[in-house]
Design a protein around this ligand. Structure first.
Ligand SMILES: NC(=O)c1ccc[n+]([C@@H]2O[C@H](COP(=O)([O-])OP(=O)(O)OC[C@H]3O[C@@H](n4cnc5c(N)ncnc54)[C@H](O)[C@@H]3O)[C@@H](O)[C@H]2O)c1
Length: 374
């Protein structure tokens, strides 16, 4: 199969969808890899390192035109919509519940669109979201600590405190992959950490792996309201897979927060779990509402591309190999986890939560298969 990898064009996105090591694995299996020149530079992979493993370098136009399977990191932007076409398999993060415009563009393109974030195992794990959530969780705690500094508009509080002065309080809403990782780093910095979760089993697990070092409390609207006024840093980390994030933090709750507190809404890529959130970029990561610093970067791992690109290829490669080796129809028939990743196919929305989010028609994947030949 001809596998294309364009350069990411989203603001401050430095990741690339395939490392040279990943390219070599695919080439060794007999596939072609065509990479846009310069695509790996942001992640410290030169064109030469790709050429050395046998990949072909070309222009963006070459990659979009010639690829049968197109690997990206972030969703296509409006300037890329016209490049989508029937017969193309697009494999990338899509977060369609957050954008009706993109959903419609993908439906109209006729391309087969597989979202990394909805590839889901029978055990409900999200293997392609997990490494980015690990990174985004760890970064959220760092960002929280950083933006608490007074010259940056924060409260002027050292998150870890010092002997004789109490540490700051971190409230994490959602104790999944992002929540756990932000708690680990916040604890490492010396903060006092509370996680609000709604799965009791997950809380039992967190209690065990964090050795009781965090407070674990059942999440509810009342609990969020009571806890948020005490917090110096709030990290929004909830997820209903594929669906738009629930707005758990209302504007009134934000208004009641401490002046100069920091709110990191990691769930912004699914629309955000805070009423006052709107997406920001790494060049302008924050804005202030009612004295509360909002950090709502939708592609947080893009800031640490050397780590994130490797972590991404580590997990996507087995699925890329499946699609390339068997073709999409057989690959999804063999692997239910990959099948759950298919969001749009042959002009139909095949992921229910996405269709629901926009009030559009849903067609189960098995109704749309067999795929029209690519
Ligand atoms: N901004 C970024 O760059 C970035 C990067 C990676 C992930 N994310 C996003 O972060 C969010 C969390 O991802 P994740 O991988 O940790 O998901 P996850 O599925 O591992 O965890 C989500 C957790 O939220 C919990 N939850 C659901 N509803 C809740 C509620 N009402 N109150 C409290 N907890 C609730 C679930 O029980 C689950 O444990 C997602 O929206 C994901 O897309 C953002």
């Amino acid at each position: 199969m001809r596998i294309g990898v364009p350069k990411e064009i989203k603001a401050d996105e430095y990741r690339v969808a395939l490392t040279p090591a990943g390219a070599r694995e695919l080439l060794q299996r007999g596939h072609d890899v065509l990479l846009e020149a310069g695509a790996g530079e942001g992640s410290a992979f030169s064109d030469e390192t790709y050429r050395a493993v046998g990949a072909t370098l070309g222009s963006a136009e070459d990659v979009w035109r010639d690829a049968e399977l197109l690997l990206k990191v972030k969703e296509p932007l409006p300037s890329e919509y016209p490049l989508l076409r029937e017969g193309l398999v697009l494999f990338t993060y899509l977060h369609l519940a957050a954008s009706e415009e993109l959903t419609r563009a993908l439906v109209e393109s006729g391309a087969a669109c597989i979202a990394y974030e909805t590839v889901e195992t029978d055990g409900h794990a999200l293997p392609l979201l997990a490494p980015m959530s690990e990174i985004a969780g760890r970064l959220a705690a760092q960002a929280g600590a950083y933006f608490l500094e007074k010259p940056l508009g924060g409260r002027g509080l050292l998150l870890g405190g010092v002997p004789g002065v109490a540490p700051g309080r971190v409230l994490v809403i959602g104790g999944g992959m992002v929540g756990y990782n932000s708690a680990v780093i916040a604890l490492g910095l010396g903060a006092s950490v509370t996680i609000l979760e709604r799965s009791i089993d997950r809380m039992r697990h967190l209690d065990e792996i964090l050795s009781g070092r965090v407070s674990l409390v059942m999440s509810s609207s009342l609990q969020i309201e009571e806890s948020i006024v005490e917090a110096d840093v709030v990290i929004g980390a909830v997820l209903i897979p594929g669906a738009v994030a629930p707005k758990l933090v209302t504007r009134e709750m934000v208004t009641a927060m401490k002046d100069g507190a920091v709110l990191c809404d990691d769930a912004i890529d699914q629309g955000g779990c805070v009423e006052t959130s709107r997406p920001t970029t790494h060049s302008e990561p924050i804005y202030v509402v009612d004295g509360v610093t909002h950090y709502c970067v939708a592609n947080m791992p893009g800031a640490v591309p050397i780590t994130a690109t490797k972590a991404l290829t580590n997990v996507t490669l087995p699925y890329v190999e499946e699609i390339a080796d068997y073709g999409l129809a057989e690959a999804v028939a063999r692997d239910p986890a990959l099948a759950r990743g298919v969001n749009v196919l042959d002009g139909k929305i095949t992921y229910e939560a996405v269709a629901e989010a926009h009030g559009l028609d849903f067609r189960p994947l098995e109704d749309v298969l067999p795929l029209s030949p690519v």
